[in-house]
Write a protein that binds this ligand. Structure first.
Ligand code: TRP
Length: 323
């Protein structure tokens, strides 16, 4: 059985781009694989310095995941900082990581090019991510396309470590979701909270409706066929099976389609689709003790696994005097 592992940024309010980009895929993985899943609050510290915001984003991300169907019986699910072993492994790995590898990392390069002063944590971000993966022996790492380079860096670090100290780490494979880029926001650019073009999942229903009603459309006259390479068509398609998609294609091809009507339908579809999850989310947020218990148990299991890899790395490097 393959071990699948991924970390999720606690970035605030969840949107349907997050969901269809990777969360729903992760949740499917739980059925046939050993799944390790965690919220990366150590990574978030490289950009968030507000204690309340970090805490609430982290806990909310955990609640979102559970509400959307992550099953604690099947998955090891925890908050990254509850397993501090990864920070020790980060140090060990940093001693086999070339500076050049980090200088080339786009996460860091992008920020410095835009004149944002990067902290050392951001520079070391890829090593922490490598530690996240190597500490648990992840075989497969489902991530969005923007994380491809980080996975290559992880493989590089693992290979270098193994070459120097012997085979300690599993070399992980990235599982890049080809469709994750294709989820447009309401303006047709990639959906992102920072672009303000997202459709949130658990926000106030009226707000969600409003967002959907303001999806950008063109000015094709009603009595002409409509362009299907548009955010309205693509967003609606996410919720349809093959038959439904064919029907939607036909409707776009036929003259007479009114964008406003399609938007209204889409709004209803979205609300209906997430309705059960919304109820579940509400229940979970009233039951924080349960959520925290799940996270605590997950952290204990993850820590046991991390200790195994960490101790092996320590031994291989000559760092075990007391045991
Ligand atoms: N850097 C990833 C992102 O921004 C999050 C992440 C941290 C991660 N550690 C990880 C993803 C380990 C996969 C595996 O999305």
């Amino acid at each position: 059985m393959k071990r699948v592992l991924s970390g999720i940024q606690p970035s605030g309010q969840l949107h349907i781009g997050n969901y269809f980009g990777m969360m729903s895929r992760m949740i499917q993985y739980q059925e046939e694989n050993e799944l390790f899943c965690f919220i990366v609050d150590y990574h978030a510290l490289t950009t968030i310095n507000d204690r309340k915001k970090l805490e609430s984003n982290t806990l909310n991300a955990a609640i979102d995941f559970l509400a959307l169907g992550l099953d604690p019986q099947k998955v090891i699910f925890w908050i990254q900082s509850d397993v501090p072993q990864v920070t020790e492994l980060t140090w060990l790995l940093s001693t086999v990581t070339n500076m050049g590898l980090l200088e080339r990392a786009t996460s860091y390069k992008d920020k410095t090019i835009r004149g944002i002063a990067a902290n050392a944590g951001l520079f070391n971000y890829p090593i922490l991510m490598a530690a996240d993966i190597l500490c648990f022996g992840g075989d497969i790492v489902p991530v969005g396309k923007d994380q491809k380079q980080h996975l290559e860096i992880t493989r590089d670090i693992a290979q270098r470590f193994n070459n120097i100290y012997g085979d300690v780490f599993v070399i992980p494979e990235a599982d890049i979701n080809k469709s994750s880029q294709l989820i447009p926001g309401i303006d047709g650019q990639k959906m992102s909270k920072s672009y303000g073009n997202d459709i949130p999942i658990f926000d106030d229903e009226k707000k969600i409706q409003k967002r959907i009603m303001s999806i950008t459309t063109d000015s094709t006259p009603i009595d002409e066929p409509k362009d299907k390479n548009t955010p309205l068509f693509q967003l609606y398609s996410l919720f349809l099976d093959e038959k439904g998609k064919q029907e939607l294609r036909d409707r776009f091809d036929e003259p007479g389609l009114k964008y406003g009507e399609v938007k209204k339908e889409l709004a209803e579809t979205v609300l209906e689709y997430f309705h059960p999850y919304r109820d579940k989310r509400e229940e979970l947020s009233k039951n924080l003790d349960y959520v925290k218990q799940v996270l605590k148990e997950g952290a204990a299991k993850a820590a046991a696994e991390a200790d195994t890899y960490l101790n092996e790395a320590r031994r291989a490097m000559g760092l075990n005097y007391s045991g």
